[in-house]
Design a binder for this molecule. Structure first.
Ligand code: ADP
Ligand code: MG
Length: 240
């Protein structure tokens, strides 16, 4: 589904991704962890060409996303992205935030878009908030609307960049629950998160980045049994 092949990324003279290789198969959930500044956000942003790369290749469904034949707008519909900040349109209701893409990008009628949006709101448990404006929603509710908005576009892959790190503690659980349901439903996902309980529960594999390199990876079970020298093991023990 997604393949990173020797990806190099520079910001000026600073190399932030150094020879990253890795693969995400259909239905897999990878959790990306590592210290702040290690390149996690940059790596997942390369998937939808929010960041260009200077070396290597990123493939989505076997197509090199840098190729001229890849329609970047279609790619961004196929790959859902949920960020730390909710990025909802403040002047549109929860429902309006979801129907916008469906009518403008997908060409659905207003009625069909509304029906689809209500399905997605139900999936994240927000049916009763459909007509609420974002300013009146809690952080957790806003983030669930953002997830519903992405899902309405029928993405083949979902990328999450620290979706709960701006939330008050009591709202983290509801967003993680929505993500867990998504994973259980077979969605292909890459999640940058420090929620190690979530990682242990849903990750097929945890990837540990440091200073632009993917230095260790393994399933939660493998990692639990990995000995003391493991950087990832030490990191997980610290944040867990
Ligand atoms: P992480 O998500 O792991 O915290 P990032 O991918 O955000 O790390 O950042 C990796 C490195 O790239 C950091 O050193 C950061 O300062 C740098 N960086 C990120 N975005 C930019 C940018 N737009 N311009 C210059 N440097 C950047
Ligand atoms: Mg980041």
């Amino acid at each position: 589904m997604i393949r990173f092949e020797n990806v190099d990324k520079w910001f000026g003279t600073l190399q932030v991704l150094a020879g990253i290789s890795g693969e995400v198969r259909r239905g897999e959930v990878k959790v990306l962890v590592g210290p702040s500044g290690s390149g996690k956000s940059t790596l997942i942003r390369t998937v939808t060409r929010l960041e260009t790369i200077q070396g290597g290749r990123v493939l989505v469904d076997d197509a090199d996303i840098a190729s001229r034949s890849v329609d970047i707008n279609r790619l961004r519909q196929r790959v859902g992205f949920v960020f730390q900040a909710y990025n909802l349109f403040p002047h549109l209701s929860a429902l309006g935030n979801i129907t916008l893409g469906l009518t403008k990008l997908r060409g659905l009628s207003k009625a069909a878009a509304r029906e689809r949006a209500m399905e997605e709101l139900a999936r994240v448990g927000l049916t009763e908030k459909a007509d609420e404006m974002p300013g009146l929603l809690s952080g957790g509710q806003k983030q669930r609307v953002a997830i519903a908005r992405s899902l309405a576009m029928d993405p083949q892959v979902m990328l999450f960049d620290e979706p709960t790190s701006a939330l008050d503690a009591e709202m983290v659980g509801e967003v993680l629950a929505a993500m867990k349901r998504l994973a259980a439903g077979g969605m292909t996902m890459i999640c940058v998160t420090h929620e190690i309980g979530f990682a242990r529960e849903v990750a097929d594999e945890i990837w540990f980045m440091e200073a632009g390199k993917l230095i260790e990876r393994g399933s939660p079970v493998e990692l639990a049994s990995r000995q003391a020298g493991s950087r990832l093991g030490a990191f997980l023990r610290k944040v867990g």
